[in-house]
Design a binder for this molecule. Structure first.
Ligand code: IPE
Ligand code: IPE
Ligand code: MG
Length: 260
């Protein structure tokens, strides 16, 4: 006998087939800037600058196509461990890029959002981030999410902290804690889950990116270093995504039956 819960799950599996063969949410670890520069006997900073150019191309592509959300890992909570000079350079580049690009995002109907612990950034940078989010909040062509001082473990910890506070003050009961509830307190609460994860630079690891959110995401790894990643390579990743059968725990046969 199939329980109501099972049949609901099948219905939702059916809804998934065909309808989302294009990724709604693409999440990228932009890795390999340093090696790209070193290969050219240039300082790592040169690679980070070239990386910004690649970001522009990828954002442009996503805004023109059916991608609804693009999340880019710009700086991890562990990247503070890098040499001081590199961290300062990355912060300066972040600020300069923000200053230069926000009006363009606005013109292209792109909504900008940041996820991560902002408290560690300078007041000036935090103000600029808030201003950019406000300025672009009603845009609809694409939501561009920049993960800055982001860590998947940080995201879960801050969600648990809020939930614990709410239980302590009586707004929530411990029985209310469920997957859905935890989801509501993550920094990505209002976004669809990532469909396609891409990591450039050849490493095959998650490096504390969206840990909870990647539970059913399709993974794509490419040796291409981030500054060389372009629209054609993104298309290759999306084409690979399109060939995959996302089963979400079902059998392949169940999905085929449901799609008839
Ligand atoms: C990714 O490139 C950019 C950031 C982490 C900010 P890397 O700087 O990690 O480049 P590699 O991995 O050293 O080549
Ligand atoms: C992950 O890349 C973080 C970003 C791209 C922002 P890293 O280069 O920092 O990852 P690890 O240290 O090689 O795992
Ligand atoms: Mg790296």
């Amino acid at each position: 006998m199939m329980s109501t819960d099972d049949s609901n799950r099948l219905v939702s599996a059916k809804a998934l087939i065909g309808t989302h063969s294009y990724p709604r949410h693409v999440a990228i670890i932009m890795d390999g800037n340093g090696r790209w520069a070193q290969k050219r006997f240039m300082p790592r900073a040169f690679g980070h600058q070239a990386g910004v150019k690649a970001v522009r191309k990828i954002v442009e592509y996503c805004a023109k196509h059916e991608v609804e959300v693009l999340t880019l890992f710009a700086f991890s909570s562990e990247n503070w461990r890098r040499p001081k000079d590199e961290v300062s350079l990355l912060m300066a580049l972040f600020m300069a890029t923000l200053q230069r690009e926000v009006d363009k995002l606005e013109r292209n109907n792109i909504r900008l959002r940041f996820i991560g612990d902002r408290a560690a950034f300078s007041d000036k940078l935090q103000a600029k981030m808030a201003e950019a989010e406000l300025q672009t909040q009603h845009n609809t062509a694409l939501t561009l999410v920049i993960a800055a001082n982001y860590g998947g473990r940080w995201d879960l910890s801050q969600a648990f902290r809020t939930v614990a506070e709410k239980i302590a003050d009586g707004t929530l009961r411990h029985q209310d804690v469920s997957e859905q509830l935890i989801n509501q307190y993550l920094s990505t609460a209002d976004l669809p889950e990532p469909d396609l994860f891409i990591r450039t630079g050849g490493e095959q690891r998650v490096s504390n990116f969206l840990l909870w959110q990647l539970a059913y995401t399709e993974m794509y790894f490419t040796p291409t270093l981030w500054p060389d990643f372009d629209q054609k390579l993104l298309e290759e990743a999306i084409n690979s995504f399109k060939t995959r059968q996302r089963r979400f725990g079902h059998t392949g046969e169940q999905l085929l039956e449901q799609s008839l």
